[in-house]
Write a protein that binds this ligand. Structure first.
Ligand SMILES: [Zn+2]
Length: 134
């Protein structure tokens, strides 16, 4: 369920990126037009394009902000829960993704090395990947 949601959010963010880029590109074009009209002394067209480009910039910025929120949500969804499985006999350790029904001290089969009983030693959530900022 969570994975589906993450995938849908990812798709949505991707579309938002394209949408914002198109709007930003259009805003730059409109601003360039506004500048040209100003040079020509065509104030009517200058005001039209200046207003249009400011609206487009506001739209693009607000969708980028929304995208940022989505990204943060995605990051929190990406938290991995891990189960550490330990052999009581030889301390052979296996770390795997948490699966439903896992609990600490649950027996989960035999050790690959000594055929001893493997038990879940601990369950923990991994930190979400932190974005490094330049
Ligand atoms: Zn073992």
């Amino acid at each position: 369920m969570r994975e589906m949601e993450a995938k849908r959010s990812g798709m949505y963010s991707y579309l938002m990126v394209i949408f914002s880029i198109i709007i930003l590109a259009w805003a730059v074009w409109a601003m360039y037009n506004a500048f040209n009209f100003q040079q020509q002394g065509n104030t009517e067209n200058f005001y039209f394009y200046a207003a249009a480009s400011s609206i487009a910039i506001v739209l693009a910025v607000s969708s980028i902000m929304q995208m940022r929120r989505r990204m943060l949500l995605l990051q929190s969804l990406a938290v991995k829960v891990l189960s550490v499985i330990l052999c009581a006999n030889c301390s052979f350790k296996v770390v795997r993704a948490f699966t439903q029904g896992d609990f600490v001290y649950k027996e989960v089969g035999n050790c690959q090395q000594c055929k001893g009983t493997m038990r879940i030693d601990s369950i923990y959530a991994e930190e979400p990947p932190k974005k490094s900022r330049p």
